[in-house]
Design a binder for this molecule. Structure first.
Ligand code: MTE
Length: 256
């Protein structure tokens, strides 16, 4: 089993562009994020749309700890004990209609508490999406905590996704809307640079990012700076046995 990333590293080396683009910005700036009251609006092609308060979401299903690797598209990874339940539990409760093929996740964009939401790095709000079968896969986690505690703001409080076989940017933080749709939704990083970030974004050592190789990764906390030892990146981040079937017959070079 992989060694857990130190809590300090996992909570001080973050990507959360609403609070700045440097890894150390979110821990410094995310104190302003107000996580209560918090509602997640479920809308679109479902039989039970509505506003779900965070307290109700927390109680909707039994939470458990899941140790997942998170592989960032930038070439580093962490091993984090998340706390939450499968997104599938929520999906089943809201009863998707037959024509719902994708889910779009919309995250908070509040210029009052998020200093970089006015910046042009991304088109806010940060949005992400999954195909319905990916969203229903038991590995896809709706996370409320990590290391046995509630999520720190910089890690996406009060509720985020963790999709461990995809690059980290698919794991949207501080979700406010879950929308069931017919067509593949656009996503923040795809809008920003379509050649570099596709809809699927499955971890794939055989498909290079246009500006760097994805064959290896650096485990945060291993030390060594520029000369840190690098580990081989595994297909689907090591979850191939569980999720490979979802992509049977698909050209993963085209569907990057
Ligand atoms: N969610 C929002 N709302 N904004 C972001 O900038 N960054 C993504 C993802 N979710 C991001 C986000 C990226 S690039 C990564 S690698 C992970 O969050 C990082 O999660 P962590 O800081 O908990 O490791």
């Amino acid at each position: 089993m992989d060694k857990l990333t130190d809590y300090k590293d996992a909570t001080s080396y973050n990507n959360f562009y609403e609070f700045g683009t440097d890894k150390g910005d979110p821990v410094k700036n995310a104190g302003t994020l107000k996580t209560r009251p918090w509602t997640v609006e479920v809308e679109g092609l479902v039989k039970k749309p509505g506003k779900y308060g965070i307290e109700d979401l927390l109680k909707l299903s039994a939470q458990e700890e899941r140790i997942y690797r998170l592989r960032c598209v930038e070439g580093w990874s962490m091993v984090i004990p998340w706390v939450g339940y499968s997104l599938a539990e929520l999906i089943k409760k809201v009863e998707p209609q037959g024509n719902a093929k994708f889910i779009e996740f919309v995250t908070l964009a509040d210029p009052k508490t998020m200093p970089f939401v006015g910046s042009r790095v991304l088109d806010w709000p940060y949005t992400e999406g999954l195909r319905m079968d990916e969203a229903m896969h038991p590995l896809t986690l709706l996370a409320f905590g990590m290391y046995g505690e509630v999520l720190p703001n910089q890690n996406g409080a009060p509720v985020r996704l963790v999709v461990p076989w995809k690059y980290g940017f698919k794991s949207a933080k501080s979700i406010v809307k879950i929308r069931f749709v017919k067509k593949e939704p656009s996503t923040a990083w795809n809008k920003a640079a379509a050649q570099e970030y596709g809809f699927y974004s499955n971890v794939n050592p055989n498909v290079d990012h246009p500006r760097w190789s994805q064959a290896t990764e650096r485990r945060i906390g291993d030390g060594g700076g520029l000369f840190a030892k690098r580990n081989k990146t595994l297909m689907f981040n090591g979850y191939e046995a569980q999720v490979g079937q979802l992509y049977a017959g698909m050209d993963l070079k085209k569907n990057y």
